[in-house]
Structures are given as C-alpha cells and as structure tokens.
Design a protein around this ligand. Structure first.
Ligand code: SF4
Length: 394
C-alpha cells in the first residue's frame, strides 16, 4: 500500500528525532510534496538542536584578485577572456598586484577584520609564486588574520601551471606553509555529469573537486562546500549533490584531522551570464533549498545563507529555515552583482546584528573556524587565545 503524505512526514520526523540521516527519497519528498512550513519546521528543529538560537557572522573582507580566466563557465558573469595586448588588458578586466592585495587586507585588519577571503579567475600568466607570496605577505603584516583562499579549481589550476608539475598535496602544503588557513567552498556547482557537460564542461568536475577537499582535510586544512542551484539542474540533482557532501564529510570525520565546516547553497544570479534567459530561483525555492541543505547535510555543522546571493532580507528569514550563519561584512564582491549593485557590497556589523536580533536569534561573532571572537575597546581575540589584536575604531 502506498504511504500517504502524512505517513511520510511522520516517518521523516521520526528519523530526525532518532538522529538518522535522510535518504535521497526523503529529500525529494520534502522538495516536491511537503508543505513549505513543515520543511522549515523540520530544518529549524535540527538547526536549534545544533546551535540553539545562536546565529553567526564574521567581520571579513573579500578580495577577488583577477577576473581574467581561461575558462568560460556558462553561469559565470565574472570572467573576462585574457586579452593579447597590454592596452586591452588595462581596460577589459583586472589583476591586482600583491601590494594592492596586502594593502586591502592590512586596511581591513587595522579596522578589526578577522578574515580575508580571496578567490579569482584562472589567470593564464600569473605564476604559482604570486599566490604563495600573496599569502606570505598578508601573513607578515596581518599575523592573526585568517586567510581563507582559493577554490578547488584554483588549486588544480596552480598544480597545472607549476613546472615541474606539483601535486594537489604539494600545492596545498606550499600554500599552508605560506599562511593559508582554510579553503572556501566554491566551484562545486552541482555534482552531476549532465549538468557538468551542459554548463561547465571545461572545468573539473566532482572527482577533482572532492580530491582537493579530501587532500585538504588530510592535511588538517578545514574547508567549506557550496552548491550553485537554480540553473539547469533538477531537484533530484540538488539532493544528490547534498548527499555526496554528507558522504564525504562522514569519511573526513572518520579519517582526517579536518572536515567541512559549512555548506553554502548559492542562489544562481543569471544576469550577465550565458544563461541569462533562465529565471532565478524564487524566495520559496531559496528557503526550501536552504532547509533541505540543513536536513540532508546533518553531519556538517553550519549552513550559511550568503546574503549577497540570497539577499539580506531572505537570508534573515532563512535563520528560521535551518540557516545559522550569514557570512560577514564582505565589503567588496565582484563575482555576483545583484539588482545593479556595484563591487562595493557591504553590511555593517550593526546591520548584521539587527537582522539577527529581529529574527529572534543571538548574534555571535565567529572567526573563520567558528571560534568565538571576543571584542574589547579597539581589540579582539579568539576566545581562550593568549594574544590580542588592537585596531582603529574611528
Ligand atoms: S566560474 Fe570560475 S572558472 Fe568558471 S569562468 Fe568563472 S571565474 Fe572562470
């Protein structure tokens, strides 16, 4: 006899209470048939079990060091082809010098930022030393600033440009030695061959993405994981993506000194991309996907609504839908610009706290690794640390 929708919900609720992982079928059922409020309620239950009503944010700065890229992913509105002449390079795209990058990081650090988040296109000419020197130079002037940098595809690009060729492990080790703290989660897109073939076939797929994150976890480097949803993928492909993240996390938790800290579902912004005719996800699709991410990835501690992708208003609502983290102040972000925004995209700490308070949560400032940040008058430290960073407060 076929189960009714109510029976299914009760079975899912039972699994949640028993701490059992959801199956692909459970996830699909919740995507397709259960009412949106029940999905939110279930996700919130798991969120509160893990974090109570705490909601996390950080004070960070994003730096996109170049938008030149050798690839042409269809969903990307950020990349520019690398022009042949210097004159064209000056007007069509950009690449930052190490001095530029360090100056930006230093400015943020001197005003209390705890993290710099650095990603960019796959530049055809910059040598691997550019990336190690970048990390070392930031580390020298901002000794306690966490450097979260380079997606899995960038790490593979670095491995390809080195001569003699360095392995992924050697690349990660060299970056770690230079000051890299952790990896962001970008480049995962959707783990599915059909979607890969259709939208980013020249970019590495899930095998290589997981290899980079597996190696990072083995080396003690924590990472995050994204899912870019709302383009050509199906709901089943989203659920399968989340289940693959959960399976990988189970391996890392068992065998490695590091693991995924956070899942970041990224709502596709079609404007300016080769897929601009696709309609972006609706608010309810965003909420359902964030909630399903919480429910399917029950062994990954945090679910982030990156406010630039879901919008601050939706991200705030999502704090009741399984989300416990809003990312941070950001300041500059070039990769996605929603609703005519320019590169300057910033929320102040007061704005982040207001969003969190109004959602009935307690704002907790965290560092990149989700340790509590303790602030004094013009100083911060990680809870329990024996050092202190002083900064300008004007
Ligand atoms: S998504 Fe990344 S790899 Fe793909 S074109 Fe854009 S910058 Fe290049």
């Amino acid at each position: 006899m076929q189960k009714s929708a109510t029976d299914n919900i009760e079975a899912i609720r039972h699994k949640l209470n028993a701490g059992e992982a959801f199956s692909i079928e459970d996830g699909l059922f919740l995507y397709e048939s259960a009412d949106i409020h029940t999905v939110g309620e279930l996700a919130n239950e798991l969120r509160e079990r893990k974090h109570g009503r705490n909601a996390y944010y950080n004070i960070n700065l994003h730096i996109n060091y170049t938008n030149f890229c050798v690839l042409r992913c269809k969903f990307c509105s950020f990349y520019r082809p690398f022009p042949k002449s210097n004159a064209e390079r000056a007007t069509n795209g950009y690449e930052l010098t190490i001095n530029d990058i360090v100056a930006r990081a230093k400015h943020a650090y001197s005003r209390g930022a705890t993290e710099v988040h650095i990603v960019g296109g796959l530049h055809p000419k910059l040598p691997f030393s550019y990336y190690t020197e970048m990390c070392a130079a930031i580390r020298e002037v901002c000794p306690h600033m966490h450097i979260k940098a380079f997606t899995a595809i960038e790490i593979i690009h670095f491995s390809r440009i080195t001569k003699p060729r360095m392995s992924v492990r050697e690349v990660l080790t060299a970056l770690k030695d230079a000051g890299l703290g952790s990896l962001p989660g970008g480049g995962a897109e959707i783990f599915d061959e059909r979607v890969h073939e259709e939208t980013f076939k020249t970019k590495v797929g899930e095998t290589e993405w997981f290899e980079v994150h597996r190696t990072a976890h083995q080396l003690g480097i924590f990472t995050n994981a994204t899912m870019l949803y709302g383009h050509v993928e199906t709901q089943a492909e989203r659920i399968s993506h989340l289940a693959k993240l959960r399976a990988h996390q189970a391996e890392s938790l068992k065998n490695c000194p590091a693991h995924f800290n956070c899942v970041i579902p990224l709502s596709f912004v079609p404007d300016g991309s080769a897929l601009s005719d696709i309609k972006e996800p609706t608010g309810l699709d965003d909420l359902r996907t964030l909630a399903l991410s919480r429910l399917m990835c029950d062994n990954i501690p945090h679910i982030k609504a990156f406010w630039i992708m879901q919008s601050p208003k939706l991200a705030q609502v999502a704090l009741d839908w399984g989300v416990d983290d809003l990312d941070g102040t950001v300041v500059y972000y070039d990769i996605t610009k929603r609703d005519g925004a320019n590169t300057h995209q910033e929320l102040t700490v007061d704005e982040l706290k207001r969003m969190i308070h109004e959602a009935g949560c307690t704002p907790i400032e965290r560092d990149t690794l989700y340790r509590k940040v303790v602030r004094g008058e013009g100083s911060w430290r990680i809870d329990g640390a024996d050092w202190l960073v002083e900064y300008i407060t004007d």
